[in-house]
Design a protein around this ligand. Sequence first.
Ligand SMILES: Nc1ncnc2c1ncn2[C@@H]1O[C@H](COP(=O)(O)OP(=O)(O)OP(=O)(O)O)[C@@H](O)[C@H]1O
Length: 623
Amino acid sequence: MADTTSTDVGPSDDPSERLFRRTNKVGGGLGLEALNRINRMMLRYPRRVAVAFVATLVAVALQLSIPVLLGRAVDETQALAANPDMGRGGLVTIALTLLLVSIGRGLFTMAQNYSAESVGHALAHDLRLSVYNKIQHLPFSFHDRTHSGDLITVGMLDLEGVRMYFSTALVRTLLLVLLIGVGAAMLLSMDFVLGLLALSFVPFAAWRSSVTQLTLRSTWIELQERLAVLSRVMEENLAGIRVVRAFSAANHELDKFDRASKTALDLSHDRVKIRVMNSSAMTLAFFTAMGLVLWVGGRKVAAGDMSVGTLATFLTFMTILQMPVRQLGLMVNAYARASTCGARLFLLLDMKVDVDTKPGAPDLEVTEGTLKLDDVSFAYESADGHRAIANVSFEAKRGETVGIVGAPGSGKTTLMHLIPRYYDVNHGSISIDGQDIRDVTLSSLRRAVAVVQQDSFLFTTTIENNIAYGNPRAQDRRIHGVSESAQLHDYVLRLPQGYRTVVGERGVSLSGGQRQRLSIARTLMLEPAVLIFDDSTAAIDAGTEGRIRSAMRNYAADRVTIIVAHRLNSLMHADQILFLEEGKVVEQGTHEELLALGGRYRALHDLQMRPEGDVLDEMEANQ
Ligand SMILES: Nc1ncnc2c1ncn2[C@@H]1O[C@H](COP(=O)(O)OP(=O)(O)OP(=O)(O)O)[C@@H](O)[C@H]1O
């Protein structure tokens, strides 16, 4: 069986592909630009940003005073041991100061963490809304090329990278610069040689920590890709569970999952190895430096050149410095992550929406309700100029029905998707009452053109909410009315919770025909000027379809109805029928005219109307 787990992505200039090529760099310059943009966005929360920075300053100052106080306490204790008659007041004062300093440091660190995190969360909230809003407006052509899982990744992982930026990159930078800078200056001024020894582990630990984090980052990106493959395999398996069972392909699916999981596991092992080895190397460097300080400092203490308290100050400084230095890599990583994640997010947010409302465009005004397609041609971006629709023209007036028929792949759905501007025509024009649909607002056009889709998607909510999706304030009476027209009402009443029954992925399962009827009812809630049925009665039996048609007679009198169908029974009553072949209209007329023409429509009609036995006989004879 073919391997369907490949995620090969070749180089391309397509922004949507660049968006999802998860590399360490999204075009160097873009990374810096992204950081600048995130910085500017943070200034929307000036108070919280200021509190975070000021609290960091105070917390660091308090933290740096702890080793000095501890050193003094040691010296005071030593003096007390040598001279028991000395008062204990000094020691008590130092102890109380230490307690207050520790409490103060804790409180300011808390304020710093809280403010920094809250800036990150507020920023993530803003970006999340912008991304979601953008996704609602991206063109269909973008969704054709983009896996929804990848979009979710941008919405989740990349947002997380930006969220962490303020607390892990900016605030930590201030913290480290102050701790290491002021700490080092204090140590060196106390004893230059011992200061150098105490700080000797810093360059090594900083280097190892940064290299480790950057290596872990690139493997993290790789791991995300492998995990994405894993979730795609699982997602596909769940979506196609019936096919898997029907083809007894469980073992093949297990193999596929096992392979994808193994590659993720191998990488996870590598990452653990890198982390553990580097952590041990940094610990070794720290304790070596500490040993050196103890050795040289101990000799100075023994020679009377240094107090035990000063030595204790050095050792405490080193312990305080250890953690932030070891975490320096996290800071470097936070910058790298925010720049790539931010660049990808902004690439998505700045993406051009090619089907959009022209600036200053008026709303569509429906008067006569006439739809006109004039020499319309269209090619999908991925089709190398091959036209899915070629020079199609027709006109339909209010109350008229147009039938569209043709072999699978002949372009019926594509043609229907041009009318509500899911895609823009490449040539020719579509107009409603003389207004080119590209010159009016998209929202007014989409209100005027309703499509009952081929795949009836149900939201996980009640039947009532699903029907009222386009008109949430609709009265029950109206909901029941359209449901009756769609021949769904009687079925719903038989359900224990009636219209309050939850359907969709986590609700009651509806049959294909019931889903289609619900989808029809949902569209009948709207009052469009053009109503399109895109092969949306295929799963409904001919009798029920006939009843829907009768119930809709009044409704159809008020608008143009277009019916796309394979079954001629569904559209032979239409005022005009178009027969599509490779995107072109090859026959056009009423049912009677097309029958009289004796062409493709006639042949299809004869094939569909003949008793099944005759068709089988003919097929056998032709073999
Ligand atoms: N999103 C897309 N991107 C690229 N090509 C597409 C896309 N959708 C459809 N096509 C191609 O355009 C052509 C017309 O497809 P379309 O779905 O419009 O046919 P159809 O007549 O509605 O088929 P069916 O009766 O099976 O629904 C086909 O060759 C199809 O492969």
